[in-house]
Design a protein around this ligand. Structure first.
Ligand code: NAI
Ligand code: 13P
Length: 310
């Protein structure tokens, strides 16, 4: 793909879609930002698009695909997914759903430690674009790269996507940890144990372990679990302050995918008999079955074990 003046259609004008549109425009590409409330029709905004970027929340993925399937889309169009969630029915990632809906096009995932308010401020950040189609990933890398946004490529889209998705559950736990003032040691222990839990689930689905040590895994885990800018972190923090989940969702600006992901992740873990102790406590907390302090106690009182095991 020639890199000059690409047409990028972004579907989903929430906070992430809007931040991404600024990155595209700053690099002098032509950006069309569209949401279901836009006055323009979808057909006209995808016309001639080089890239269709989906930045809708997980619940918007299937409705968006249904709308697009009735339209004519060139096989040269690259689909780029920036959603970090899991489908509640099939447990698939967003990009897996896009791939099966448009099997003749190239699909790329964009995921990394990218809190949108910092991206909006043009602060330095790095991310990963990943695809089985190296050329497509490299084309996206060139479109987004700038002096303030450093884009890496890899060829493990599933691992890249799952890193960004599973860490949202850990960000809820991390918000609880900070909200209860459990200290730096507790936080370090939580994040260090969170990573193998994510890897266990990811590799069981076919993702590569090494991907979780990169920006889209450990990188995003550190960013999201340490920042009050994260909506998922805020969910955990506010639960620790005694608010109900309903109150939190009402007050929250934007989507906290971790709430839904926790439920789907537990479903996967139970089906595949995977050990996910942090996820299980977050699940029970979100369901209102235990208090934040009980979740901590339950994690601390588990059977003693070796640090590393198969
Ligand atoms: N905000 C951030 O810092 C980052 C967010 N993400 C991910 O990007 C996705 C979107 O996040 P935000 O923009 O922050 O959320 P948001 O809540 O601000 O925006 C959600 C978008 O999805 C659309 N949407 C929701 N349900 C829909 C439906 N049924 N049909 C069509 N469209 C629908 C909304 O119209 C809106 O444009 C999430 O999966 C999130 O995890 C990824 C990286 C950074
Ligand atoms: O994924 C994110 C940063 O990389 C955004 O996190 P939140 O969805 O928790 O705000």
């Amino acid at each position: 793909m020639n890199q000059k003046n690409k047409i990028i259609t972004i579907i989903g004008s929430g906070v992430w879609g809007t931040a991404l549109s600024k990155l595209v425009s700053r690099n002098h590409h032509h950006c069309r930002l569209w949401s279901r409330r836009s006055l323009e029709n979808l057909e006209s905004v995808i016309h001639d698009a080089d890239v269709i970027l989906s930045a809708v929340s997980m619940q918007g993925v299937r409705p968006t695909i249904e709308d697009l399937q009735s339209l004519e889309i060139s096989q040269k169009t690259i689909f780029l997914s920036a959603t970090k969630g899991l489908d509640p029915i099939t447990t698939l990632t967003a990009s897996q759903i896009w791939q099966s809906a448009f099997p003749n096009c190239s699909h790329v995932v964009l995921s990394g430690p990218n809190l949108s308010p910092e991206i909006e401020q043009n602060l330095p950040a790095a991310t990963v674009v990943s695809s089985h189609d190296t050329q497509a990933a490299e084309a996206i890398q060139l479109i987004f790269s700038s002096d303030t946004f450093r884009v890496y490529v890899n060829s493990d889209p599933l691992g890249t996507e799952l890193g960004g998705t599973l860490k949202n559950v850990m960000a809820i736990a991390s918000g609880v940890c900070d909200g209860l003032n459990l200290g730096t040691n507790a936080k370090a222990a939580l994040l260090t144990r969170a990573l193998p839990e994510m890897i266990r689930v990811g590799t069981s689905r076919g993702a590569k372990q090494e991907t979780f040590f990169g920006l889209s895994g450990l990188g995003d885990l550190l960013a999201t679990c340490n920042s009050p800018l994260s909506r998922n972190y805020q969910v955990g923090y506010r639960l620790s302050q005694g608010q109900t989940l309903e109150q939190i969702i009402t007050a929250l600006k934007g989507t906290a995918e971790g709430i839904n992901t926790t439920e789907v992740l537990l479903k996967i873990a139970q089906k595949q008999d995977l050990y996910v102790p942090i996820t299980y406590q977050v699940y029970r907390l979100l369901k209102g079955e235990i208090t934040p302090q009980e979740a901590v106690n339950n994690l601390m009182k588990r059977d003693l074990k070796a640090e590393f095991y198969e």
